[in-house]
Design a protein around this ligand. Sequence first.
Ligand code: FEO
Length: 408
Amino acid sequence: MNITTVAEGIYQLSVNVENILFEGLWEIPNGVSLNSYIIKGEKTAIVDGVCGWDGVPESLFALLDKMDINPESIEYLIVNHMEPDHSGWIENFKKINSNFKVVSTAKAAELLDGFYGHTDNIIMVKDDDTLDLGNGRVLTFKEIPNVHWPDTMATFDTLTGTLFSCDAFGAFGSVTDGNYDDLLKEEEIDFYENEAVRYYSNIVGAFSLQVKKAIEKCSQLPIKIIAPGHGIVWRKNPNKILEDYERYASYSKGPAKEEITIIWGSMYGMTEKAVRYVEKVLKEEGIKVNVHQVPEDSWGTVLASVWNSTGIILAMPTYEYKMFPPVAAVLEEIGKKKVLNRKVFRFGSYGWSGGAQKELDEIVTRLRMNWEFLEPVEFKGSASEEELELIGERAKDLVKEVRNAVNK
Ligand code: FEO
């Protein structure tokens, strides 16, 4: 990718990463961008960094070369957040520039030592501290802890009103040189909104309370541009991503959208038969439905759908006296991400004994999910016509519950 100009004296250097599991866990079918920014005053600073997933910053060096910036002239490395997707290049950068100063929170400094043994020349900053780059360019800092690591801060350029927010207000999805909201078509903005929900639910969602605090704190600044560490830069309408993130944060406690997500697994097609019947019923009810079979669908995709949904249907057989394991596994993760206060209906097949409900109750209670359940329907082997009808009726009851919750 090429270097692009964000605002006067601020340049974006981004690299797309594809075909990896983000954080070693999350599928990113549309890739992700790692965004880095050069800020030029009399002195030069770089905010976060870009490199290949192996920590070798060849792409960064090539981009700096294109800008005619000697890496040795970079005086400040602003580490908004120490997670290696942003900082993994620093050790290699040190081989060509040993005179830079790191600007970070005290917590990030501690992590830099822990991860890389880096302890030299660190300027530790806290809320409202400033850094004067000269030529009228003064940066100020806001700590936004636990979005999503405890070390995180945002950097604000007072000259142009640009907020470098790192993971906050970010999105999955590879970008092009035109990754600015004022250059993107409406459908492209929609694409990044979907990528933002998936990113939020996978990476940041468990910290929604802290996200709300970060939004409140950042909103005190005269923001004109939001330049996150992943995804697109908001130049025309930065309020959109602030409002979107506020909405995503509210979905943790619910209600979310007027949607139902079906998470299902089936051993020999008995539960699947009932799932297909319910899909038909819900379609007739005219509600948006997201359907995920596990383990076939990735956790990240399931989480994104669940995050948006006020209603959830769990469909799985009993397996060795417990829930079908892939459903139990994704449910644990959903609970840990704090998807709370949902309206839920469960059905499924059993052979000689039930047991799925007991494990489901245990998980939901232990993780304090506060889910409200309709009476479950279990059937021996294959569901009869009567049992299918009962499942269909419960699914319609769930639609009513969802609509009541969203529209009250
Ligand atoms: Fe993009 Fe938490 O690192």
